[in-house]
Design a protein around this ligand. Sequence first.
Ligand SMILES: Cc1cc2nc3c(=O)[nH]c(=O)nc-3n(C[C@H](O)[C@H](O)[C@H](O)COP(=O)(O)O)c2cc1C
Length: 200
Amino acid sequence: MKNKKITRKITQGMYVLTTKGGGCIVDAVSQISASENPLISVAVMKSNYTNTLLKENTTFALSILGKEEKSDIISTFGMHSMRDINKFETIETTEIEGLPIINHTIGYMICEIVNRIENDTHTLIIGKLVEADMFEDIEAMSYQYYQEHKDELLRITTETGKTAWICTICGYVYYGDELPENYNCPKCGVSKDLFQKKES
Ligand SMILES: Cc1cc2nc3c(=O)[nH]c(=O)nc-3n(C[C@H](O)[C@H](O)[C@H](O)COP(=O)(O)O)c2cc1C
């Protein structure tokens, strides 16, 4: 038996990864060393436009989301691609060290990329922390909190009278009684076992 849902119990936070030209929501972030300039790893999906940008850029920033986050940051950066919209048109940022840092967050970490490891679906980017600051010392949003409040955070609404399957990772909605065999989310690529049924 392989119940992948158990991986959701790995405690992770919610961040906006930005780099020159774009960015996206990430939860797969870890501190992997504790020197004067700690190493931070982040796993970025190969299908994301942000992954393409990170091949050309040498730095990235992580803005840390607070638990009380109520704006459109998550839906804008986590459910849309910079291929289709300019995320910076609606979300306020401040430029620091040449990178867009998201306003109204707990704070930010700027990293210089020191390694890239290509895996099956994601590139593991390892960065050395070079600059960071805290704007507000409040509780960070955990990935578990996001999962439990996703509908309100992403403002997901489904059509009445239809059976909907909602991707628990990105919020994509599929309508139909059952998901097709071997179905993967067309938006974020995860397999069908990560969809949740909602009848209305
Ligand atoms: C809660 C949440 C967590 C996510 N975590 C990650 C992640 O850790 N790594 C990743 O590459 N994408 C993650 N995503 C998906 C990207 O944010 C999403 O695919 C985004 O639209 C990509 O935008 P881009 O094409 O402009 O890069 C997450 C999305 C959400 C909503």
